[in-house]
Design a protein around this ligand. Structure first.
Ligand SMILES: [Zn+2]
Length: 148
């Protein structure tokens, strides 16, 4: 009876999701190879040990998105999202909510906008009003000039 490695189908490792085993363990020097799909849409073959050890977390696109990741982390860590309009907290009818405007430790405001699963950095502003204005402008434009 063949000893089977742990079935990792569907598991996520960073930006990679294991799809199916490409080869058995006895090929490729003993390592099983898994077909993985990256969040960017690419599919690559990854050695099982690299996946479970966390050495491989993307198809290679991860580095290119370092700025984007930084902004995503900002969203999680910073947490001090600035409300859109003072005194009108968490308006339900504002689908954009307060996302996209962040107060930095420096006192400045960083503005970003989520578009097609990407976060686009709009700039850093001295005042909250400027930041909110920039974000509103981006929201109201049907085409986003920053994107591309
Ligand atoms: Zn990728």
């Amino acid at each position: 009876m063949r000893k089977k490695k742990e079935d990792i189908k569907g598991n996520r490792y960073g930006k990679l999701v294991a799809l199916y085993a490409v080869s058995e363990s006895d090929e490729n020097g003993g390592a099983e190879v898994w077909r993985c799909r990256c969040d960017c849409g690419s599919e690559i073959n990854v050695l099982y040990p690299s996946l479970i050890s966390g050495n491989k977390k993307s198809c290679g696109c991860l580095k290119e998105e370092s700025q984007q990741n930084l902004l995503e982390r900002l969203e999680l860590v910073d947490g001090t999202c600035v409300e859109w309009l003072e005194g009108r907290k968490r308006r339900v009818d504002n689908k954009s909510g307060c996302k996209g405007v962040y107060k930095r430790k420096s006192g400045k405001y960083t503005v970003s906008i989520g578009f097609k699963k990407k976060i686009i950095y709009l700039g850093t502003y001295e005042s909250r009003d400027e930041a909110i204005e920039a974000r509103k402008k981006a929201d109201s434009s049907s085409t986003i000039p920053w994107f591309r």
